[in-house]
Design a protein. Structure first.
Length: 447
């Protein structure tokens, strides 16, 4: 069941939550027209009474046979209703959806904090002048921003009536208190409070959160095993418009090409600027070195305190500027990765001479600026980025075949700058839990 965020409002009150604004993520068009939906509904109503004349085609479409009748025994023309296929989102599309949502929420959180400061200033003004105007304005803006945050977290809104609610369904000072608010038979009490509603926010509909509809493309079944193998190969090997074969990847679960993703978790050591540094993933190495080159030492230190590639992407989503030689840095990173892990080296060599494409939607030299399933991904003329990640791995692949790749530092080399280990991360998490519990017992939380 979808998660919900609930707020209680009083229909007779005057401080109802403002209508939240829509987040930036645009909902797709409905998969069927109203006319087609009406035909589908008629089909299933007819099938409930006359299953013999309402069936399915081998392709899974709805089939209305000769002699079919509807309610009232009205004749229905024979034919079929083509259904669309529902396919899951690919990792890049899901990442784009999540990234837009996170960016929107981060921006609104910043607005909320700034308005809190304005509210405090308004209270100071009230104490000095007895004017409530600034306080009321700030409270109104906070309600609006909070409603927009709720809309960014969840798109679908609904209002449900609460019949004679218990007090534990309402926010009270005593959270364990549980009694009825009023009796349904008491018109006086109901006249004061009026009906009570609960506003619920749900996650995006399935066609946004889980996948998307695509038109049905029925194809004849292959007669030979070789044809089946070719159909399976297209999942991880595609053909560019210029005739080259390519491997497109983004996240670690991008089919069998996921090992080439910069988010792939592997511990390795590289030497940059004469100092050895140990990282837990290629994306961490790139972002830390990028932060150093941009002079952002605070960010580089923060990135070394996590092993999560997704956290690293979140922390660096607003960073502007890139290394002068992005491809050169990626070559150094992947040289270390593939020399440290022979299994990954063997996988890379199986890509033969295929073009390697990092389908990252973010701007910059690392990817192509397009998602895996974008219509322009297979057309190099439409790429927005340099594809430095893909080109770097092609360079490493060539050097591995020629035997000219220098051996990378081994795992036991002591690094001057090292990412937090899994054991240290587990201890830090446990320490945070212990501190939080101790602070809760003292009646407050440690800042």
């Amino acid at each position: 069941m979808a998660e919900t965020e609930e707020k209680v409002i009083n229909a007779a009150g005057t401080t109802a939550v403002e209508q939240p604004q829509q987040p930036e993520v645009k909902l797709p068009e409905p998969p069927y027209t109203k006319e087609t939906l009406a035909e589908i509904q008629k089909f299933f109503k007819g099938r409930s009474k006359y299953p013999g004349t309402y069936g399915y085609t081998p392709e899974g479409n709805l089939d209305i046979k000769e002699g079919a009748v509807a309610r009232g025994k009205k004749a229905v023309p024979a034919g079929s209703i083509a259904l669309q296929n529902f396919v899951p989102l690919d990792p890049a599309e899901r990442a784009l959806l999540d990234e837009k949502r996170l960016d929107t929420m981060a921006s609104l959180d910043q607005e909320f904090e700034e308005e809190i400061i304005a509210l405090r200033a308004g209270w100071e003004e009230y104490r000095a002048t007895q004017s409530m105007r600034s306080v009321l304005n700030s409270n109104q803006r906070l309600a609006e921003i909070d409603a927009r945050r709720s809309a960014a977290r969840a798109q679908i809104r609904d209002i449900m009536n609460i019949v004679d609610p218990s007090t534990n369904e309402i926010i009270l000072s005593d959270r364990y208190e549980n009694r009825k608010m009023y009796s349904l038979g008491d018109p006086f009490e109901r006249g004061i409070w009026g009906p009570v509603f609960r506003m619920a926010f749900y996650t995006y509909p399935a066609e946004v959160e889980q996948g998307k509809y695509i038109p049905d493309t029925t194809a004849t079944a292959p007669e030979e095993d070789t044809e089946a193998e070719k159909a399976n190969e297209i999942l991880y090997r595609q053909k560019l418009k210029d005739g080259r074969f390519a491997r497109v990847f983004f996240d670690t679960d991008s089919d069998m090409n996921g090992f080439m993703s910069p988010m792939w978790s592997v511990d390795f050591t590289i030497n940059v600027g004469g100092a050895d540094s140990r990282y837990s993933s290629p994306i961490q190495a790139y972002e830390v070195e990028r932060a150093k080159e941009l002079g952002n030492t605070e960010l580089s230190a923060s990135l070394m305190k996590t092993r999560s590639p997704r956290t690293i992407r979140l922390l660096t989503r607003a960073v502007k500027g890139h290394p002068k030689d992005a491809k050169g840095l990626w070559v150094k990173i992947y040289s270390a990765v593939y020399e440290t892990y022979p299994i990954l080296k063997a996988k890379l060599l199986t890509t033969a001479s295929d073009t390697l494409i990092f389908a990252d939607v973010r701007e910059g030299p690392s990817g192509i600026g397009l998602a895996e399933k974008d219509s322009g991904t297979l057309d190099p003329a439409k790429w927005k980025g340099e594809n430095a990640v893909g080109l770097a791995q092609e360079t490493v692949r060539t050097r591995l075949r020629e035997g000219t790749l220098k051996e990378a530092p081994q795992a036991e080399v002591a690094a001057e700058n090292s990412v937090i280990t899994e054991e240290e991360q587990a201890k830090a998490k446990m320490g945070a839990i212990i501190n939080a519990r101790a602070a809760a017992k003292r009646g407050g939380f440690r800042s």
